[in-house]
Design a protein around this ligand. Structure first.
Ligand code: GLA
Length: 411
């Protein structure tokens, strides 16, 4: 589905539900991370790109209840109703509406009250697929609220606001990669982000002879579990033993020196992070030089490290990477690795454009044979970050400072 088709679909659903045309339409993309996994919360480097899968929100100011926000999703989830006259708090864990509601709460906390509005949300970013469906939803909501309140946030502030919403409302202590790329993505460019200085650097990736292939294992990951927070804690423990502010400041030599003073797991987690930060910077250089075989080798090394040292891969992801290795450079495969937090979700591969069809067929067939699961395989060019598609506002409603709001999900 193209962004245009997705937008048309969302508008149709909005009209069906609310009986009028939306005044505002916004979109925010998902992402795939080429390399730099579990490095963002260690002040390291990441190298993601926005993809051509989006969350779209169509909205209009409320016709009746000026203090009520109605959030409907075309995916059939329960709608959420936010009452802006009552204090706002998180919904039960696992509720999809925690992402938009967390963002609304953050705007209210800044004195930016959008007033009542009706919204329809639709997304092509698969939920739990490791392609940042949550960040796309948060960033789309923030973009909508910017339009409604007439207050455009600084890009970094906007990303941090969305990240905070995820921490506080969805209970997921994520890093900053996903929100940054969903906001700052550019067509035909990947983003080398220094997560310490938060300095984004765009790296062109427009060589038509290579394509990014995304393989959804269709094994859903579960991120609010204990694994992700535990990895974060282990990294902090390693940094403490090494006497550095974060693993960004550590080196392999320093780590090897301290090996005897660390629990085995903590040592392995740190070894992944230190190596991955280095690999990510090399990969950016290799992309700039269009050295695709070198990028591919770094991707395989990243996967190995995530599987053995960080222990966030799973059988389905390893199977995809093993198939990629069999295809090899001769078959047009440069490299492949798991992408995102892990424990399921997607793998990302860098392939020769003229081999896409053969490679996709081979991966689909072999993966089905080995796991019994149907993979979903698609390509994406690096896409643009969040956009306002329609803003028919005849002047934004005044920015109010009511910070009380309550949210409920009708049964
Ligand atoms: C999730 C988090 C990110 C990042 C990745 C792993 O996507 O939201 O912040 O930590 O996992 O690289």
């Amino acid at each position: 589905m193209t962004l245009k088709e997705l937008t048309d679909h969302t508008v149709r659903e909005f009209v069906k539900k609310y009986g009028r045309q939306p005044r505002w339409i916004v979109a925010a993309p998902g992402r795939v991370n080429i390399i730099g996994e579990h490095t963002d919360y260690n002040d390291g480097f990441v190298l993601p790109m926005a993809i051509e899968l989006y969350t779209v929100i169509a909205a209009d100011s409320s016709t009746q209840e000026t203090n009520q926000i109605r959030l409907y999703s075309t995916l059939g989830d329960k709608p959420a109703v936010v009452d802006l006259t009552k204090p706002l708090k998180p919904l039960p864990k696992g509720s999809w509406a925690n992402y938009p509601v967390g963002v609304i709460a953050a705007f209210l906390a800044r004195g930016l009250n959008p007033g009542g509005f009706d919204a329809m949300i639709h997304s092509t970013v698969p939920f739990g697929g490791g392609l940042s469906s949550s960040a796309a939803l948060e960033v789309a909501t923030a973009t909508l609220l910017e339009v409604i309140t007439g207050k455009k946030l600084d890009l970094v502030e906007k990303a941090l606001l969305c990240q905070k919403a995820e921490h506080e409302y969805a209970g997921m202590p994520c890093g900053i990669m996903d929100q940054f790329i969903s906001i700052m993505g550019r067509e035909n460019q990947v983003l080398l982000l220094d997560c310490r200085s938060r300095k984004p650097e765009l790296v062109p990736m427009s060589d038509p002879s290579v394509t990014v292939l995304i393989i959804n294992t269709n094994v859903r990951h579960q991120l609010t579990g204990s694994e992700y927070p535990m990895r974060r804690k282990q990294c902090e423990a390693a940094a403490k033993i090494l006497g550095v502010p974060s693993l960004r400041d550590a080196t392999t030599e320093l780590l090897e020196h301290a090996k005897g003073r660390m629990e085995k797991d903590v040592y392995h987690r740190a070894r992944h992070v230190i190596g991955e930060i280095e690999r990510t910077q090399h990969a950016a250089d290799d992309i700039r030089a269009s050295n695709w075989p070198a990028v591919g080798q770094l991707m395989y090394a990243s996967h190995r490290s995530l599987r053995n040292d960080y222990e966030v891969s799973c059988k389905a992801l390893d199977t995809v990477v093993d198939i990629a290795k069999v295809i090899g450079l001769k078959g047009g495969m440069f490299g492949c690795r798991m992408t995102g937090a892990g424990f399921g979700g997607c793998a990302v591969a860098l392939v020769k454009t003229d081999a896409i069809d053969a490679i996709s067929k081979k991966i689909a067939a072999d993966y089905k044979k080995k796991t019994g699961i149907e993979a979903t395989i698609f390509i994406s060019r690096p896409a643009a970050g969040a956009t306002v598609i329609k803003n028919n506002g005849s002047g934004s409603p005044s920015v109010r400072t009511n910070i009380c709001a309550r949210v409920s999900v009708p049964a």
